[in-house]
Design a protein. Structure first.
Length: 185
């Protein structure tokens, strides 16, 4: 991870409170992904980002759709704040050929220009992982996700603690279990 990404995303955030809080969450999630080497974590990191943003009072949408990078397209998850994509996981995919710079509020955090990643509705049948995510809510995801042989809550609680959010796993589970990914259409 490049430290300039954090600085550039802070510049992109500007002075609006919702965007400053979005930057805090984006920075913590981006660091967590890169420091742990957690590749291919778009669904999990988007769920974590969604919950953290909600806890900081930032309305956002947890999205499942398709990312397009050049000629390649794949099922993907991200967050949208005021219809602008936030995507830290795009920078550390399972397939390195599908890597792009992180996206904050629709901007490439390396260049501070609009991202070249296209976020859109899926044009084909979902892959098996994306179908499971689309067919279930976060409660199911909490119970069925494994991160280094631990559950979903280990990385989530690392992020919320770093942000100063004081909620227990039980409180978060109760509050967010019924949330579902929004299919980008």
């Amino acid at each position: 991870m490049r430290e300039e990404w954090i600085k550039n995303s802070q510049d992109i955030a500007g002075h609006k409170r919702a965007f400053r809080n979005s930057h805090k969450v984006f920075s913590v999630v981006l660091r967590m992904l890169h420091e742990s080497g957690w590749c291919g974590a778009c669904h999990a990191s988007s769920a974590i980002t969604h919950i953290a943003l909600q806890e900081l009072g930032v309305d956002n949408v947890l999205v499942l759709g398709e990312a397009v990078i050049g000629p390649a397209y794949f099922d993907h998850s991200w967050i949208e704040v005021q219809s602008k994509p936030i995507d830290s996981a795009i920078s550390i995919p399972l397939n390195r050929e599908l890597s792009a710079n992180p996206v904050f509020l629709g901007m490439d955090v390396d260049t501070k220009l609009p991202t070249k990643v296209i976020y859109r509705a899926s044009t084909s049948v979902l892959d098996d992982d994306a179908k499971l995510v689309a067919d279930n809510d976060l409660g199911w995801y909490f119970e069925n996700f494994n991160f280094n042989s631990s559950g979903f809550f280990e990385p989530l609680m690392m992020v919320v603690r770093d942000l100063g959010i004081r909620k227990s796993e039980e409180e978060i589970c109760r509050k967010y279990s019924s949330v579902r990914w929004t299919r980008k259409t």
